[in-house]
Design a protein around this ligand. Structure first.
Ligand SMILES: [Fe+2]
Ligand SMILES: [Fe+2]
Length: 283
């Protein structure tokens, strides 16, 4: 029986629904007159997320000179849209907890995802992109399709892993052979159902081969390069055994000097440790 990506994603929505606070917040900021105080009230409905948001605002990710002690202050400084991406990021790591540890190490998976998110955010900063939290969210979610597969089609997920081990091929290539589509497509379909911005959906869809993305390729290129850096540094693991093949057009598109990479890596090592602690709730 052939698998259908749409059907799989529709089924996974039962276990991967966005939490109320994330939905309410993103709905509320569509109205430009929404006050930061009202947004603080929304965030405060979920105490776990509220405290994580404050810790992240005070972390090395932002490096603000003075302490941010209220959510309203954090939203004022960080911005409403960017705060929305942070809430989303804090929400997704609580999902898919039912996947058995021997199937995929969730801690390692999220460490990989947080590293790609952090590296993407740093690269976006060097490019002076607006709304850098959008790149953080896309980085965090880039491989979420792998989790969807483990939850809804574990037999096929295991077949992919076995074939990867036999062929020494990258997962997304083997997925296309076994399933007819890859985890990037599954992830993008889920993000579309969550009504995330179109460019975030397209970024996740094209993170393996940014140069064939229709239209803007900066988003997928940033995630692609961040993924390669993260694999090279072995920060966490998404189950992939090899460093993804570099899409040279993606690097060229970023128009960054190769000399920045050592600083990027230094910043990544510091910020990754903090982001992991706060987002995974280790501190
Ligand atoms: Fe991937
Ligand atoms: Fe990845």
């Amino acid at each position: 029986m052939a698998l259908d990506a749409e059907q799989i994603v529709t089924k996974v929505l039962n276990v991967a629904a966005l939490p109320a606070v994330a939905i309410k917040f993103s709905e509320a900021i569509k109205d430009p007159l929404t006050s930061n105080q009202l947004l603080e009230n929304i965030i405060s409905e979920d105490l776990a997320i509220a405290s994580k948001v404050l810790m992240i605002a005070n972390s090395a990710l932002f490096n603000f000179p003075s302490k941010i002690d209220t959510i309203t202050k954090a939203i004022t400084i960080i911005g409403q849209k960017q705060m929305s991406q942070i809430i989303l990021s804090c929400s997704v790591v609580k999902m898919f907890n039912e996947i058995p540890q021997d199937v995929i190490d969730m801690d390692m998976f999220w460490r990989h995802s947080i590293a790609v998110a952090t590296a993407s955010r740093i690269l976006a900063t060097y490019r002076r992109e607006q709304n850098i939290e959008k790149f953080f969210a896309a980085g965090l979610l880039h491989d979420i399709g792998k989790l969807i597969l483990f939850v809804e089609a574990p037999k096929y997920a295991n077949e992919v892993i076995t074939k990867c081990a036999e062929s020494n091929d990258l997962m997304h290539k083997v997925e296309k052979e076994v399933l007819g589509f890859d985890h990037a497509k599954l992830g993008a379909l889920l993000l579309k159902k969550w009504k995330l911005p179109e460019d975030v959906v397209s970024t996740v869809y094209h993170h393996h081969m940014p140069s064939i993305a229709p239209g803007e390729i900066i988003g997928p290129s940033i995630i692609h390069i961040a993924d390669i850096i993260t694999h090279a540094l072995q920060l966490g693991s998404s189950g992939e055994r090899f460093i993804p093949t570099l899409n040279e057009k993606a690097w060229d598109a970023l128009d960054l000097d190769v000399d920045i990479l050592s600083t990027v890596i230094d910043q990544l090592n510091v910020q990754h440790t903090e982001a992991v602690n706060y987002i995974l709730g280790l501190s």
